[in-house]
Ligand binder design. Structure first.
Ligand code: NDP
Length: 241
């Protein structure tokens, strides 16, 4: 049996591609989700990957469900923090609830999940933690003070935890995707995609979820053991950090 990997938000979009790629590489995968039971059940039926419903922004929910995952499958050796949301508004129109929703789901979640695996990884002397950040955490984005702050925070968290765990066989890295052709991005009108968004991307296309999944399988592999604290930028050249 392969190593155990938990992919948060692993039932849809980029997370789904990550879950499938990890399974294809031989990992025993658990995929989490928040509330879209139909999508999660369809994913489970199509892939055979077990799904677990919990809010990654809720520390106690992470503790109890991650314990269930470990009792079902074994110790989590690879953690992919992919679950994320956007709630865009310029700051002068943003209320505290909208700020909290994004910071809880996109940043505090990373503390919540990592805190629940870190002791076991340290004891076993092995771990891979991969945090899915965003180009907008690197460059900022209009209407996304909440999201850009959370995604930039993930990068700082990644660097600090990498330093704390490097001597324990654990690597911690971030991936910063650019525009990826998920449902969210494909909902943008075709004219806007073709005339505004794609011209900003030097390679001339949107990324695909599989482009990000390949970054994850590489960073999770034994071959990537010398890489820690890094941010792998996968954005078609749109922003060079
Ligand atoms: P999707 O909206 O397609 O999927 C999000 C997944 O996260 C779903 O499985 C969803 O569950 C889950 N999720 C959302 N909130 C929570 C929560 N509170 N607790 C647990 N699970 C939750 O997202 P994308 O595939 O587009 O994005 C994935 C990641 O990549 C995010 O972190 C995003 O910020 C980042 N990213 C995306 C880019 C893009 O172009 N799409 C670009 C750069 C970064 P459910 O199905 O139940 O809602």
């Amino acid at each position: 049996m392969g190593r155990i990997a938990l992919v948060t938000g692993g039932t849809r979009g980029i997370g789904r591609a990550i879950s499938e790629a990890m399974k294809a590489e031989g990992y025993t995968v658990a995929a989490s989700y928040a509330g879209n039971d139909d999508a999660a059940n369809a994913f489970k039926d199509e892939t055979g990957i077990p799904v677990y419903k919990f809010d990654v922004g809720d520390f106690d929910a992470c503790t109890s469900t991650m314990a269930t995952i470990e009792s079902d499958l074994g110790p989590i050796e690879v953690l992919v923090n992919n679950a994320g949301i956007t709630r865009d508004k310029p700051l002068h129109k943003m209320d505290r609830e909208t700020w909290d929703a994004v910071v809880d789901t996109d940043l505090s979640s990373v503390f919540n999940t990592c805190r629940n695996v870190i002791d076991g990884m340290r004891e076993r002397g092995f771990g891979r933690i991969i945090n899915i950040s965003s180009i907008n955490g690197q460059k900022g984005q209009f209407g996304q003070t909440n999201y850009s702050a959370a995604k930039a925070g993930e990068i700082g968290f990644t660097k600090a935890l990498a330093l704390e765990t490097a001597a324990k066989g654990i690597t911690v890295n971030a991936i910063a995707p650019g525009y990826i052709g998920t449902e969210m991005v494909m909902a943008v009108p075709e004219k806007v995609l073709n005339e505004v968004i794609i011209p900003q991307i030097p390679v001339g296309r949107l990324g695909q979820p599989e482009d990000i999944a390949r970054c994850v399988t590489f960073l999770a592999s034994d071959d990537a053991g010398f890489i820690t604290g890094s941010t792998l930028t996968a954005n078609g050249g749109q922003y060079l950090d």
